[in-house]
Design a protein around this ligand. Structure first.
Ligand SMILES: [Zn+2]
Length: 285
């Protein structure tokens, strides 16, 4: 038995019309276990549609998560945009939960040339509001601030750990390719991955931090400033096999969502699943 579920970010390319329900079915046909609903360009579907997603997930035993819109900036210079960002996260959570998603991923904020600490203060203020509204809605999904791909965005490893420590209902979405890219190529060895996992375990506890992980994984192209674009795993320098070994060594579990380019995403998700199954570890720590 695998400790992880494996899946794609959005409907696999093998579904010609890109329909979500066909996508959920296709995931199980492909031998995968999970799919992230990509609401990255807006959350526009009718709420009733979500009931169909939930039903399809149950029927095909596909575990669902959702990615909130990209247009979120909890530290915007304009109050209306902060307000709209809060609304987008809450709406994604409400509809995500209705669709049977257990985890809602979002990118917290952009620095816009400000100090990280100054931005963090704004993010925390706005995010406190997200939590308040989440609780008023009586939700139970996990909110997942994502480890972002560029230094110019809020959401480095320490920051997503800190958010998860400070706020309830919150756990990080660890995008390992982003971690590698935002540092211009660091974090790419077994020992470094182990250090990151120790930081997560120490920061938010092994149970919440390591046994219920939500992971994004892909190949990546980057500059000294961070992510340029996602790549197929085999065209990238990311040492994903060493990463998988570290995850297994630490007894991690949860979900690994592949975010390689669409044309190859399902194949890379299967590659990750197969590679993980083949990883051998020394006796667990
Ligand atoms: Zn993302």
């Amino acid at each position: 038995m695998s400790d992880f579920l494996f899946g794609t970010a959005g409907v696999p390319i093998t579904v010609e019309n890109g329909d979500t329900i066909s996508g959920i079915k296709e995931i199980s046909v492909l031998g995968l276990d999970a799919m992230e609903l990509e609401w990255v360009h807006g959350v526009r579907m009718k709420p009733e549609k979500c009931d169909e997603f939930r039903e399809a997930g149950k029927t095909h035993r596909v575990s669902l998560s959702a990615h909130a819109p990209y247009y979120i900036n909890l530290a915007s210079l304009e109050t209306e945009k902060i307000e709209a960002s809060i609304g987008r996260i809450v709406k994604s959570a409400v509809l995500g939960e209705r669709a049977g998603a257990t985890d809602i991923v979002f990118h917290p904020a952009f620095l816009m040339k400000r100090e990280r600490i100054e931005v963090e203060k704004l993010v925390f203020e706005a995010y406190a509001d997200v939590i308040k509204r989440y609780e008023n809605e009586g939700l139970s999904v996990s909110l997942r601030p994502e480890l972002t791909g560029k230094e110019s965005a809020y959401g480095n490893l320490e920051e997503v750990i800190k958010m998860s420590k400070e706020f309830p209902h919150t756990l990080p979405c660890i995008d390992w390719a982003h971690l590698h890219a935002r540092t211009g190529g660091a974090w790419n060895s077994y020992n470094e991955w182990c250090t990151a996992l120790e930081m997560i375990g120490d920061g938010i506890g092994e149970e919440r931090g390591l046994r219920r992980m939500h992971i994004h994984l892909s190949g990546i192209e980057y500059t000294p400033k961070g992510e340029r674009k996602h790549l197929p795993l085999k065209e990238s320098d990311l040492k994903y096999r060493e990463l998988l070994r570290a995850l297994k060594q630490f007894g991690c579990g949860g979900r690994i969502i592949c975010e390689s380019p669409h044309a190859i995403m399902h194949e890379d998700a299967l590659l990750i699943k197969r590679s993980y199954a083949r990883v051998r570890i020394s006796s667990r720590k």
